[in-house]
Design a protein around this ligand. Structure first.
Ligand code: APR
Length: 251
């Protein structure tokens, strides 16, 4: 039976569990970027994009059918992200990495905010909209022109360029997935932060930890399928809870 707890201050049991952890695995979702004013994946799309659902745009079929529409949606999201800043939750994870013996950061987010906050070796399960690749051989394009025809074309093979993200129906990057499950299988504390825990295989990671009786902490203002199973539930915004966790660890 997990213990629903007030989000702040952090109960001492949680701090002691964090303090005694040798390897902390962290899975983040769109909620960790919500306080950077980046709409979570399932929030309503705004403005021009309100009439589309992400599921209609983030697919290989949509890109084949209307490459310009899909490219323009991602260009809009890149613009949103470029105007956003990492929030205290992102920075708290950078600090946490320096306070525990080992931290593995796994994210479903494609906004690159963990890296901009200073996290390194981030496992990006769903890729990154900040990287553009050739749609034919997936090699990263260092430069591309936003003027003229969109999507721009690969300078080497003339195929369309595309964002380096995992679309619905596409396989996740095998190495990232392997590393993520390896961390879930070997860590001694798992944090699930700002994810609806709905989309597999990422959503299986906390359950992989729980199967090994690894303490699992969920940080989310709302309930998710993980909530009834988590060892500790800290209901609230990660931009407040993660800094409070770090502050408790440092005391
Ligand atoms: N702090 C923490 N969690 C928050 C906050 C916040 N400030 N604000 C919202 N949340 C929670 C929501 O309650 C929700 O449970 O973040 C979660 C966001 O869920 P989704 O929008 O489903 O995003 P995510 O879990 O990352 O989706 C997983 O699904 O659609 C695919 O590829 C897409 O990467 C995405 C994946």
């Amino acid at each position: 039976m997990n213990q629903q707890m007030s989000s702040l201050p952090i109960p001492s049991q949680v701090i002691e569990t964090l303090r005694s952890a040798g390897h902390v695995a962290v899975l983040t979702g769109a909620g960790v970027s919500a306080e950077s004013n980046i709409p979570t994946f399932r929030d309503a799309q705004t403005g021009l994009w309100a009439k589309y659902s992400p599921e209609e745009l983030a697919t290989p079929q949509a890109f084949r059918r209307n490459p310009q529409l899909v490219w323009d949606w991602y260009a809009w999201r890149r613009e949103l992200v470029s105007r956003a800043d990492p929030n205290p939750g992102h920075f708290a994870l950078v600090e946490l990495a320096g306070l525990v013996p080992k931290l593995t950061l796994i994210t479903q987010n494609v906004d690159g905010l963990h890296q901009r906050a200073g996290s390194d070796d981030v496992i990006e399960l769903h890729g990154s909209i900040t990287r553009i690749v050739c749609s034919s051989d997936r090699r990263v394009a260092e430069t591309w022109s936003e003027a003229g025809e969109t999507p721009p074309r690969c300078p080497d093979c003339d195929s369309y360029l595309r964002p380096d993200v995992v679309w619905f129906g596409e396989a996740l990057p095998t190495q990232a997935l392997h590393r993520a499950f390896q961390a879930a299988e070997t860590c001694d504390l798992f944090l699930s932060v700002g994810t609806s825990a709905l989309v597999h295989p990422a959503a299986s990671l906390p359950f992989t930890a729980l199967e090994r009786r690894t303490p699992t902490i969920e940080i989310n203002p709302d309930e998710t399928p993980l909530t009834p199973h988590a060892t500790f539930v800290l209901p609230g915004p990660s931009g407040q809870i993660l800094p409070a966790l770090v502050a408790g660890l440092k005391n």
